[in-house]
Design a protein around this ligand. Sequence first.
Ligand code: NAD
Length: 349
Amino acid sequence: MSDHEPGAQSASKHRPKHRHVGEPSLALETDHQINRPNKVAIVGVGMVGSTFAYSLLLSGLAAEIVMIDANRLRAEGEAMDLNHAVPFAHPTRIFAGDYADCAGAALTVIAAGVGQKPGETRLELVKRNAAIFGQIVPQIAKANPDGIIVVATNPVDVLTYITIKLAGLPRNRVFGSGTILDTARFRYMLSEHLGVDPRSVHAYIIGEHGDSEVPVWSLANVAGMRLPTFCAENGIPLSAEKMDEIFRQTRDAAYEIISRKGATYYAVAAGLMRITEAILRDQNTVLSISSLIEDYYGIEDVCLSLPTVVSRRGIERVLRLELSPLEARGVRKSADVLRQTIESLEAAG
Ligand SMILES: NC(=O)c1ccc[n+]([C@@H]2O[C@H](COP(=O)([O-])OP(=O)(O)OC[C@H]3O[C@@H](n4cnc5c(N)ncnc54)[C@H](O)[C@@H]3O)[C@@H](O)[C@H]2O)c1
């Protein structure tokens, strides 16, 4: 309504004494009344968590980033260092916090965990990280019952399963980074061989984020052209040996990187960024993330990765790929491996 329309009043002369329903308040809101949709909490700000925080700051996607770690001094140091990059990046409130500060976060990313001790078995390591999750997850869920939890700590599929059980949140709001990284590696390796931008390579790694992961060769394509056709049309060799080599380089990339620099964090942080963007911007992006799978090629009650539509609500839907018989056997084997670990953990109490 303009000032010249009938009924228009001068705000200064006729300001109402009492506010009516729907009228704007002139009072400043208190802090807790402000909805902060772009708040992100990170639990575990070691190499993965802090690299993710740095990518998030540079992206300008988050208004607020909370850094939480058992090592409080580390969280404070990371927050200070990141804050000094704010003048070069985007206004972002970054601080070291406690679990209560997860309140109001659109998502909480968990990258907390301990590494393998010399001589420690994989199961012993899982047990120690599961115990850490037993402390962390209920506190996150209590502080933020409306938020999404994204697990990055390894073994990510087993810890995602544990997080779902511990959090008691709807299943669409708890998932793991799963094979988002393996899929990126696969697309990169393929792009190098095919001579096209990795973003133009549509191919997925599904199943476990680990040794039993499965490349979905039967559906891999560039511009809708399956790889045998694309390669034949473009004079690119694609032997079984080459495919095997590309997959081995994908699956074993972490070992290769860790043997050279001790840890991997840039690519997984970029993957976590992609998940965050899909959530904060409600993008309905298809990403290979780990979630609770039921009734898929006989797989039940286990978390593993399939291409999944991710939005502001978390998981919109899991895409049930039609696999070749070999791929279906592979993903069932992956599920068996994961189920065995969960059962061993349950047996160990
Ligand atoms: N999902 C993936 O694709 C992927 C890729 C790379 C690494 N990772 C995993 O991410 C995890 C973190 O790796 P990183 O290199 O950052 O390790 P890191 O050792 O650098 O950091 C781990 C952090 O967790 C913190 N922490 C330990 N116990 C805690 C607790 N109870 N509460 C809060 N914080 C706690 C530690 O203080 C440390 O700062 C590992 O499990 C690693 O295997 C996953």
